[in-house]
Every structure is written in C-alpha cells, then in structure tokens.
Write a protein that binds this ligand. Structure first.
Ligand code: FCB
Length: 449
C-alpha cells in the first residue's frame, strides 16, 4: 500500500517513541530531583528482579548515538518525554539549568537529524517532592503541572510544534493509585478518582500555558486504549462493554475535554470516588485538545460481572496469539479505536502515539531476527493506512519503542524495541523490524516482509 494513495500523504509522520524514565538512566545527575519511579523501583518487591531505571539505556549519555540511529533508519519523527524533576528538582520553584540544558541539546540534535520532535511533558516520572504533598490527589497538582509546562515552553517552545501533556493518565490512576502495581504504589480507589480528575485539570493548565507561550503550538494528550468487544450478544455483556470502553479508553478523557462531562455510561460508577464538587470544574475542562494520541497494543472481550465495581471482567480467549506481555494481538482493534475516536470527537488530528509488541528477542551476532514483531507492525500499520484512506485524520504513527527499555514494574524482562539493547554493554543492534520500519518510513510503502 502506498502512503501517497491516502491524501495528504506528505504530512504523515513515521516515528518512534520513548519515555524519559524508561531510557535515560542517571536519574539524579546534574542536580535533578527524585521521581516516584525511582523511589518505587528501589522499594523491595516492586519490580521484576528488583530492577530500576538507574542506568536503563544510558540515553542521558548516549542520546547523540540514539538520534544517529534514527537518522540512519530514516525516521521522520521522534516522540520523547521530559523528566519533570530534571527540570524542576522540587517539582515547582527554582528550575535546574543543567536539566533544561540536557533537553535543549537533545532537541537540537533531534532537529539537526531532520526529525520532527513530539514532546511529552509527563510520562509517569512525577517529582517525589510533590508526591509528599499528595501528588495527583492534591488539587494544587494542576497548578504545579501548569507551572512546569510554562518553564519547559519558555526553554524549548521556539522549536517544538507538537506537545503532548500527559501520557496515559488512565494508567497512572489505575495502575498507580488503584492496583498499586506502578508508582506511587497506592491502592485506594478514591486516590484513583482524584488522580483522574486532577490530571484532567492539569492537562488543561498545561494546554493553556503552552498556548500562551505559542498560540501556534499543537497540544494534545496521549491516551491508553484496548479495543473491547462483548463476549456474547447478551444485553448485559453489551452494556458492560460500553462501560469498559469508557473506562479503559479515550472517552474517559475526551468526553470531559470535548463535551464537559464524564462518559455517561461510566459516571454513576465513578462519581463516588471523584473529588467532591467536581461538577463545578467540568465547564472549565471543556477545552478540546488539538489532537488525541492513541496508544494501542491489544484488545479483549468483555463479560458482565456484577461483583466488580466496574461491572465487568475480561473474558478468557484461548487460541488468539499473544505477545510476551500476554496481550492478545488484535490489529483490527486499532482501526476500531481510531474510527470511534474520530466519529465521536472529530478532533483535527489523531496520532498513533504508541503501538508495538514485546517478544523474546535473541541476539545473533550483529542481527536480531524478529519476524513476529514485523508481522505485528505490518498488520497494525495496515489498519492505520486503511482508516486514513477512509477519511480518519491520522497524521502519524509512532512505534513503541525505539529501544528495548525499562518496562516499568516488569523491568528489563520485556523487549519492545525495534533496536535491541544489550544491557550488559549498552550496545545497540538494529533488529530486523527496525530495518523493516526504516524502509517503511523512507518510502511510505509497506515493505514486503
Ligand atoms: C504503555 C506505556 C509505555 C510502555 C508501553 C508498553 O502503556 O505508555 O511507556 O510501557 O505501554
């Protein structure tokens, strides 16, 4: 399939995505402050084999080499995140010039390599100093984040057009505050409800700060998505699937931002856990983003279960292929999500800000053969190009991830990169999927695998 078949082909970005804590390492270098992922991963029993992001891919020192890799592959865009406490060690207050200087060098390198930067302000590395003040449970968190956005915009805003405020605020609320499997490791449904609402408010504060610094900036939010289908034709399963979609996917954040309300299917269940008086904030939250970032990996079938607070569970599906995350491979779900997001919210642009797969890759000299990842990417990219042809305004696709990296609580046990990282030597080896993806990015044609 030719990209140029789907107008306007020339504006399509083929990129790779990363996140600061997952690749940078050196979390305390040059005056940086601690973040909740550093504290969480150093707490015994929280991550796979006690692994941390202390070194990760050592990108803090090897960023030039990593940019060169992307240039050599022929990618057109790079989505990376800024580590908030590098820039503001206490989360607010005095900025750290050395921290800003790192991102200044990184951004200049990205631009010099001809890559379009897509900058995410928050990919989960919340400043510890602010966590001690209640983190996302504290209503002031929206102002803290707005202040941080202003500092970053003043330093980098002259060179960045595409900004993402938050990455997957749903996962921050659910895994970080309800399940407790991610930092800050809280297990409290009220904290989760507050985290949802205050992240929405924080997104709006950052959106406003970024626009004030540059009205031409495009500011969006990257959202978690898993396609859902009912496990049966029963009314109960169909209704439960609507709740699952509202809870897990883009409606949880786009419904407030576009229509000034929580998704009606979900609100009665969520209401008890939101901050009291939340209704009074809703009008101010109604500020549609310039784009939505769609993160998509997997899909599942939903079964009604009255014993759960959400009223549903994922039903088992033997026989569907999975990645090593145990995530079902469902490429058709990506088009479903993109079509639904467009139909419901009609934003100017959509981006696939993350899509990819973990497999047990093995190094074979200077090669890594990963045909399963190529098949995964090919199927998902095919769906993106198909819906784009049908008029869904998808403007770019970012593979997760450029590098094998610190996969949060699962440490280095899951490899998502199109570039293999030997964590003993920090050597990078481009996987077959990296060569394949580079050819796609250079030509706009799906290569013959
Ligand atoms: C997403 C995260 C990203 C990465 C992938 C596998 O939820 O945004 O950092 O961990 O999953």
């Amino acid at each position: 399939m030719r990209l140029s078949d789907s107008e306007p082909g020339s504006n399509f970005y083929w990129g790779a995505a990363t996140a600061a804590y997952q690749i940078e390492g050196s979390p305390m270098a040059d005056g940086a402050g601690r973040c909740i992922w550093q504290e969480f991963s150093h707490t015994p029993g929280t991550t796979y084999d006690g692994q941390t992001g202390d070194l990760a891919c050592d990108h803090y020192h090897r960023f030039a080499e990593d940019i060169e890799l992307m240039r050599n592959l022929g990618l057109g865009a790079y989505r990376f995140s800024i580590r908030w406490p590098r820039v503001l060690p206490d989360g607010v207050g005095e900025p750290n010039p050395a921290g800003l200087a790192f991102y200044d060098r990184l951004l200049d390198g990205v631009l010099a390599a001809g890559l379009e930067p897509f900058v995410t302000l928050f990919h989960w590395d919340f400043p510890s100093a602010l966590q001690r003040r209640g983190g996302w449970s504290n209503r002031d968190s929206a102002d803290w984040f707005g202040e941080y956005a202003s500092v970053v915009a003043a330093a980098l805003g002259d060179r960045v057009r595409w900004w993402t405020t938050l990455n997957e605020p749903f996962v921050v609320a659910e895994q970080g505050h309800l399940v407790g499997a991610h930092a800050p490791g809280v297990r409290n449904i009220y904290a989760a409800g507050h985290a949802i609402h205050n992240q929405l408010r924080a997104h709006v504060a950052a959106w406003t700060a970024l626009k004030a610094a540059n009205p031409e900036a495009s500011v969006g939010i990257a959202l978690h998505n898993a396609a859902v289908w009912p496990a049966s034709e029963s009314e109960a399963d169909i209704a439960a699937t609507e709740v699952a979609h509202a809870w897990h996917n883009f409606p949880l954040f786009l419904e407030p931002l576009v229509y000034g309300r929580y998704p009606p299917e979900l609100e009665p269940r969520l209401r008890p856990y939101l901050p009291s008086g939340y209704e009074e904030d809703m009008a101010a939250l109604c500020l549609p983003p310039d784009f939505a970032g769609i993160n998509y990996y997997s899909g599942y079938r939903v079964r009604h279960d009255a014993t759960k607070w959400t009223g549903f569970v994922a039903s088992k599906e033997p026989g569907v292929p999975k990645t090593t995350m145990d995530w079902l491979i469902r490429p058709e779900g990506l088009s479903f999500i993109l079509e639904q997001a467009h139909e419901k919210y009609k934003l100017p642009h959509l981006f696939v800000t993350e899509n990819g797969a973990s497999f047990d890759d093995r190094r074979d000299g200077q090669a890594v053969h990963d045909p399963e990842r190529i098949a995964y990417l090919e199927a998902h990219v095919g769906e993106v190009l198909r819906v784009r042809k049908e008029g869904v305004p998808v403007q770019g696709y970012f593979v997760w991830s450029l590098l094998d990296n610190f996969e949060w609580a699962l440490g280095y046990s899951k490899r998502f990169g199109i570039v293999y990282v030997d964590f003993d030597t920090q050597e990078r080896v481009v996987k077959d999927s990296g060569h394949w993806y580079g050819e796609l990015a250079r030509s706009g044609h799906l290569p013959v695998a």
